[in-house]
Design a protein around this ligand. Structure first.
Ligand code: ATP
Ligand code: RIB
Length: 304
């Protein structure tokens, strides 16, 4: 059984709920404020660990109260933190989130996440059967070095290129499984995509990204589920009809779940089905990292 290694961001999410989002320049009264553990790296690591994969997180926090709280939370979720470094010269990453009608806006201030370095990602002893996961809330150069190392060790690589940023072909070539939403795909494929487009549009855009046919490209489409290219064949994973309360971290749950399933020897199709179920559970709860489901919860849904 392989391990999951996630190199990524660790944030405190400061969440204000309101009846509606303010317009530019407007102030609206909020309802509640929450401090939820988050950050794409931490969320994906928690999702993988709760689904039963041995999971190591690589990242940085500040030597402040948010950093200490996040460490305590992550430890309690069985995420291995031996490669998370305290960084006195920067504050812990912080995301300011407004949540209204189950939809969010996010401003992320990276702090210590911006200092995750090449040296940080050359520490883990990756091996064949392991899965290396990363995203774009740490420096892109660090992600590239991490994936080169993972590839050299025979580990599989999963990139979630979020938040959407342009990046070069060299990094894409180091990726086995690309998991992205329609905005991120649109930027990469230089296509105008909307989540109301039909599946064929996403398949066409995903196909334009790969020279060979060996990469898995998974486009997550919120409540519509996902459209995936596996061996260049389109596969549709229909979304589950649930009442979403807070979709923050749904994409991270999906990514962490795919990584956990692959590390524990499941096929890519089974991994994607499980991820879709896990993410549909996540959206029914408040917060990012705290809303990741356990393996038992996913099995209960699968059994109906
Ligand atoms: P975020 O940035 O909020 O983490 P994302 O844009 O990266 O999200 P989405 O495509 O919105 O990711 O969602 C990821 C997955 O979560 C979907 O593919 C689906 O499996 C599940 N999901 C999201 N929203 C819903 C919903 N309303 N109902 C059921 N499943 C959902
Ligand atoms: O993907 C959701 C995450 O993005 C939040 O937890 C927030 O920290 C931002 O990084």
């Amino acid at each position: 059984m392989g391990r999951v290694f996630v190199a990524g961001s660790i944030n405190m999410d400061v969440v204000a709920t309101a009846d509606r989002h303010p317009r530019l320049g407007e102030t609206v009264a909020g309802r509640e404020v929450f401090y939820f553990p988050g950050g794409k790296g931490a969320n994906q690591a928690v999702a993988a660990a709760k689904l039963g994969a041995a999971t190591t997180l690589i990242g940085r926090v500040g030597t402040d109260a948010f950093g200490r709280d996040l460490r305590a939370f992550l430890e309690a979720q069985d995420v291995d933190l031996t490669l998370v470094r305290d960084t006195p010269e920067a504050h812990t990453g912080t995301a300011i989130i407004t949540l209204a009608n189950a939809d969010n806006t996010i401003v992320v201030v990276p702090g210590a996440n911006a200092l995750v370095s090449a040296a940080d990602v050359t520490m883990p002893s990756l091996a064949e059967g392991d899965v290396a996961v990363s995203q774009f809330e740490i420096p892109l150069s660090t992600v590239g070095i991490f994936f080169k190392r993972a590839r050299a060790a025979g580990a599989a690589t999963i990139l979630n290129p979020a938040p959407a940023l342009a990046f070069d072909r060299g990094l894409l070539d180091l990726v086995d499984i690309l998991i992205l939403n329609e905005t991120e795909l649109g930027l990469l494929a230089k296509a105008e995509l909307r989540n109301t487009d039909d599946n064929a549009r996403f398949v066409e855009a995903a196909r334009s990204l790969q020279a060979g046919k060996d990469k898995v490209i998974c486009v997550t489409l919120g409540k519509r589920g996902a459209v995936v290219l596996v061996n260049d064949e389109p596969l549709v994973i229909p979304g589950r009809a649930v009442k979403a309360l807070d979709t923050t971290g749904a994409g991270d749950c999906f990514v962490g779940a795919v990584a956990a399933q692959l590390a524990t020897g499941q096929s890519i199709r089974d991994a994607l089905e499980t991820a879709n179920i896990a993410a549909s559970i996540c959206v029914q709860r408040m917060g990012a990292a705290p809303s990741m489901p356990t393996a038992a919860e996913v099995v209960a849904v699968r059994r109906g």
